[in-house]
Design a protein around this ligand. Structure first.
Ligand SMILES: [Ca+2]
Length: 233
């Protein structure tokens, strides 16, 4: 067995979630001066005063589980940093507040509604001053721990956790789109003949053959893993 796969990093759906490009990608709401970017020289973060609010709208898939990671801080005692997520059809999905006085990493996992196609993320302040940084939104697709060819014609794909949602994957072989398969919620691996993905045994046995497993993230296709054909020993 040869594991020659390259697992790629997830893709952040948020534009400029680390505020290194100031307010690029964000809609600034509320009175001016209530929202600013603090620059420590090697990192920039968002600071909101009581009436400050910024938001970003994103294309998302309906009925899909997403994970939002972010750093947050309520800079003064009694202050609150707030984050809300709304679907264009289902309305408010999440509205959370945080009062930790130091920057901390937080995670929210949520599912979009059946008829949602746009998600609005809002950051605001419920008193004192709220700071945010490193906002990352990704679909909750479990990481692929390995993907490879074995016995000259079979493909194995292993996830590090069961799928949160029914998810469609598409295989590209040598840059050519071949076949898609939809995996059920709860599945955490796949094994089968390369032909299920539209490939041949000759391709699977050739170590120049490049396999790329992709899925739709937001509104574009994203490569989850790359691996190559393997000559049987
Ligand atoms: Ca930053």
């Amino acid at each position: 067995m040869v594991t020659n796969n390259v697992v790629l990093n997830g893709e952040n759906l948020i534009l400029n979630g680390n505020f290194e490009e100031l307010f690029t990608g964000w809609q600034v709401e509320g009175p001016s001066g209530e929202q600013k970017i603090i620059d420590t020289g090697h990192n920039k973060c968002l600071q909101l005063s009581a009436l400050g609010r910024i938001s970003q709208e994103l294309t998302i898939n309906p009925n899909t589980t997403y994970t939002l990671n972010f750093h947050v801080q309520a800079a003064y005692t009694g202050g609150k940093a707030q984050i809300s997520l709304g679907g264009n059809n289902s309305g408010t999905l999440i509205d959370e507040s945080y009062n930790n006085s130091q920057m901390e990493l937080k995670t929210i996992t949520f599912k979009t509604g059946l008829n949602d196609s746009v998600l609005k993320l809002s950051l605001y302040c419920g008193g004192g001053e709220a700071r945010f940084d490193n906002i990352v939104l990704e679909p909750s697709i479990p990481q692929i721990t390995s993907a490879y060819v074995y016995n000259g014609g079979y493909i194995a794909i292993n996830f590090n956790a069961p799928l949160s949602d029914e998810t469609t994957f598409t295989m590209y072989i040598n840059q050519e789109k071949r076949k898609s398969m939809t995996f059920n919620e709860g599945r955490n691996y796949w094994r089968g003949d390369v032909s299920f993905w539209g490939g041949s045994w000759a391709e699977a046995k050739d170590n120049r053959t490049k396999f790329e497993l992709k899925t739709i993230v937001g509104n574009k296709e994203h490569t989850l893993v790359e691996f190559y054909g393997v000559s049987p020993l």
